[in-house]
Design a protein around this ligand. Structure first.
Ligand SMILES: *Cc1c(COP(=O)(O)O)cnc(C)c1O
Length: 340
């Protein structure tokens, strides 16, 4: 099998399994798990924030952030194709009672002028704007890096309107490795940030929410309310520490493989795609001569797994479980399926 569905399919490394085996543990709901505490300190340091909180998933990290920043009946500005809007089962409406205000971005980036235009005036007819959410890299836009200048421009607008900004940085390390911009430069533009340990970094479970100390204290209460207070969570936090210390630079290999795949696929007549659009580890292409459902199932029959994004796009996500050879094979198989 060549599994290109997602970077979430990555398995813990030998070093992670060893760290898990040897991890010191305690009850984290009492704040007594030393491995969780070390991970949270390390993550806060790397993010350039006062504190951080380990959460079970990226979705919970984003939702805890929204619950902590926002009152019910307010409005949250977010990109129309963002994970928070598209893939979190309307959790922000269900739990936080907020109204999403989706804005269309370009390659995942919302222009700062558009964001400023969407901020509500003080008027009893209108829901007050309470938060701006950004996503970097942007998944549905194709793993695109939102440029640091764009983030600074939104930050400037938010500061002028005294609004917090939350970054869904599930793949912020991919953005940093691809662009050469330090992670701290991105996070300096936002109040809070969520990132995933369990994607390209290869840890089995977990995300981090980082931000100001008082924000993280309140976030801890929201995590508890959602049932996300975990006991001997050091069992997987140990792998998270290994992920942060040893797995970040390796993301460049995923990016190189994605570029190789993009170039191979774009040379096919039945695929309409510019390989220059690939910034990181996600390749989303539009086939023109065959339906995506058909291509997806033909690939699966030949042991290659992808994600069909109906109606007309198919996603390949490179990850540490696939190598260059697998990518070359994938290009060959797609070529064969398209009859080229
Ligand atoms: C994967 C992902 C999440 C959610 O992470 P889970 O751990 O799957 O809940 C959030 N945002 C983005 C951009 C993602 O790609």
């Amino acid at each position: 099998m060549i599994d290109l569905r997602s970077d979430t399919i990555t398995l813990p490394t030998g070093a992670m399994r060893k760290a898990i085996f040897e991890a010191e543990m305690g009850d984290d709901v009492y704040g007594e798990d030393p491995t969780v505490n070390s991970l949270q300190e390390l993550a806060a340091e790397i993010m350039g924030k006062e504190a951080s909180l380990l959460v079970p998933s990226g979705t919970m990290g984003n939702q805890v952030a929204i619950l902590t920043h926002c009152k019910p009946g307010t409005e949250v500005i977010m990109e129309a194709d963002s994970h928070i809007y598209y893939y979190e089962a309307a959790a922000a409406s269900v739990f936080a009672g907020v109204q999403p205000r989706p804005l269309e971005g370009k390659r995942g980036s919302m222009p700062a002028e558009l964001v400023e235009w969407a901020i509500r005036q003080d008027d009893i007819h209108l829901p007050p704007t309470s938060l701006i959410c950004l996503e970097n890299t942007h998944n549905r836009a194709g793993g695109t890096v939102v440029p640091i200048e764009d983030m600074r421009a939104v930050h400037e607008v938010a500061a002028r309107h005294e609004l917090p900004v939350h970054l869904d940085g599930a793949r912020i390390f991919n953005a940093s490795v691809a662009s050469g911009v330090p992670v701290k430069d991105y996070t300096a533009c936002v109040t809070s940030v969520q990132f995933c340990l369990s994607k390209g970094l290869g840890a089995p479970v977990g995300s981090i929410l980082a931000g100001p100390a008082d924000f993280i204290e309140e976030a801890r209460r929201w995590r508890k309310r959602l049932g996300g207070g975990m006991r001997q969570a050091g069992v997987f936090a140990a792998a998270g520490i290994v992920a942060l210390k040893t797995m970040v630079e390796r993301l460049a290999e995923d990016h190189n493989n994605a570029r190789l795949l993009a170039e191979g696929l774009s040379s096919l007549r039945g695929i309409d795609f510019n390989p220059e659009d690939v910034d990181t580890n996600i390749v989303i292409v539009k086939p023109t001569t065959m339906s995506v459902g058909q291509i997806g199932s033909e690939l699966e029959k030949r042991g290659i797994l992808t994600v069909v994004m109906e109606p007309d796009r198919i996603r390949f996500a490179t990850n540490k479980e696939v190598n260059r050879r697998d990518i070359e094979k994938t290009i060959e198989v797609v070529k064969e399926i398209l009859g080229e």
